[in-house]
Design a protein around this ligand. Structure first.
Ligand code: GDP
Ligand code: MG
Length: 184
């Protein structure tokens, strides 16, 4: 039986944050990882949307509920409901836009204002998306500076390309297994 049709052992909410245009949503990270199976209820009722994807870790089914902003980040108006109950966050920037990287600490601060859990019980992953643009000479954020920022904020770090799928599966598997390690 496909893993998605089974009962799950852990349901984990992960929020996607980061500037508008970095590649969080449609035909980008979220839909790549979840195969675009959105919950049809969520967008109209609560102004955000999420999609789910289950993975198996150590014989347990971890169902990731990945929340996306539905564009609200443009107005810097993510509500506390967006963050409520989340146990992980993927903070995304665009490797070809340094400004989106400069805003990462603001996103981390907003997250910390909204997530009131004990240190160590929440996992953060920094993702530099659009890595495919590096080959075209459009890299504006060096890997080393991202690694340093990630270390300062106690985040894991990976680069991805939602366009050619590089690293996307690994990124979400990584944050879900980090979360699994706290819960199990
Ligand atoms: P969001 O505002 O963060 O949700 O960003 P979107 O998902 O709407 O994507 C913004 C734009 O970036 C769209 O035109 C996407 O097609 C494009 N995009 C997303 N991911 C990638 C990627 O990995 N590489 C490239 N070159 N473009 C991407
Ligand atoms: Mg979006």
């Amino acid at each position: 039986m496909a893993v998605d049709q089974r009962e799950y052992d852990y349901l984990v909410k992960v929020v996607l944050i980061g500037d508008s245009g970095v590649g969080k949503s449609n035909r980008a990270l979220l839909s790549r990882f979840t195969r675009g199976e959105f919950n049809p209820e969520s967008k109209s009722t609560i102004g955000v949307e999420f999609a789910t994807r289950s993975i198996e870790i150590d014989g347990k089914v971890v169902k990731g509920q990945i929340w996306d902003t539905a564009g609200q980040e443009r107005f810097r108006a993510l509500t506390s409901a967006y963050y409520r109950g989340a146990v992980g966050a993927v903070v995304v920037y665009d490797i070809s836009k340094h400004a989106s990287f400069d805003n990462v600490p603001r996103w981390v601060n907003e997250l910390q204002d909204n997530i009131k859990t004990a240190e160590g019980s929440f996992k953060l992953l920094l993702v530099g998306n659009k890595s495919d643009l590096a080959a075209a000479g459009q890299r504006a954020v060096r890997v080393e500076e991202a690694e340093q920022l990630a270390e300062e904020h106690n985040m894991s770090f990976m680069e991805t390309s939602a366009l050619d799928a590089t690293g996307v599966e690994e990124a979400f598997q990584s944050i879900l297994s980090d979360i699994f390690n706290i819960l199990s």
